[in-house]
Design a protein around this ligand. Structure first.
Ligand SMILES: [Zn+2]
Length: 283
């Protein structure tokens, strides 16, 4: 049971949760997702409670794509402290803004203090080019350091929802991954359709470094979508993630397990993320 990992959750520092109104006034992307007081914001104790309820032992805690380096740093400090105190249960993924000239200094500093990667990256919201020189530098930094890049992938079709746009497009992500084949990247939300192209042999070879997570799967896709993704990408490249606190890990895990071939469940629901994000040996 404890081998389970929720590979996609979001935490904010308690002071940021308390500052929801002020943050919404100065950060349009934050406002789009969280200005509504009913939109949930969570700290580490809330995550721990949700994981316990679901019988999940570990989680990846990602940051939010704030515009301001100060807000990013405040959240990064919190994520790193939570991870450091977690006994290996929480992997911290602070977020970056590549439009800020100081991003690389922060990224290296946070890696030295235990960050396992960066996310959830939203180049569109922050106004940087996901195929530009800074993005290539980030991909090379990930390759050389082992950091994992978690991308909000914006699916080009379908219904609108807060935060849908502003991520990376599936085709852009494939191109970036092909340019930095040693950088490990995770395409959130089932990858926005990218998995379809894995059926083209040359594409499959070019993006062997892309993994897919299931965050918010059933807000976007039907009940069998995760099983189909496992079929297309292979059971070693799909990671269960809930998108907590938007959704409860327990219910998401139940729904995903209900649709998965039993043999693939241990990897998808924990083993793959334990290896990728926590550096544990694969089983
Ligand atoms: Zn996302």
């Amino acid at each position: 049971m404890d081998n389970r990992v929720d590979a996609h959750t979001h935490l904010f520092a308690p002071a940021q949760i308390a500052a929801r109104v002020a943050l919404s006034e100065r950060d349009p992307t934050f406002a789009e997702l969280y200005a509504d007081p009913r939109a949930k914001l969570a700290d580490a104790p809330a995550l721990r409670t949700a994981l316990d309820r679901a019988g999940i032992g570990r989680a990846v805690a990602a940051g939010f794509a704030f515009a301001s380096p100060r807000d990013l740093a405040e959240q990064a400090e919190y994520l790193l402290a939570v991870a450091a105190e977690s006994n290996g249960a929480i992997a911290a993924l602070p977020c970056l803004n590549l439009a800020d000239p100081g991003w690389e200094r922060d990224a290296r500093r946070w890696l030295a203090r235990g960050a396992r990667g960066f996310g959830e990256l939203r180049p569109g919201n922050q106004g940087w080019d996901p195929l530009g020189p800074e993005a290539i530098r980030l991909a090379h930094l990930a390759a050389e350091s082992g950091a994992v890049l978690l991308w909000h992938v914006s699916e080009p079709l379908g219904h609108a929802y807060p935060g849908k746009r502003g991520g990376i497009g599936p085709i852009e992500l494939a191109e970036l991954a092909a340019r930095a084949p040693s950088a490990r990247m995770v395409a959130a939300h089932l990858g926005g359709g990218l998995s379809f192209y894995l059926q083209m042999p040359e594409v499959r070879r070019a993006i062997e470094n892309i993994y897919f997570d299931t965050a918010a799967a059933f807000l976007l896709y039907d009940e069998w979508s995760v099983a189909r993704l496992v079929d297309l990408a292979g059971p070693g490249r799909v990671l269960f993630g809930s998108d907590f606190p938007l959704l409860a890990p327990r219910r998401q895990l139940e729904r995903i397990l209900a649709g998965l071939p039993p043999a693939t469940a241990p990897g998808v629901c924990g083993g793959n993320a334990a290896t990728l994000y926590f550096g544990l040996p694969s089983e």
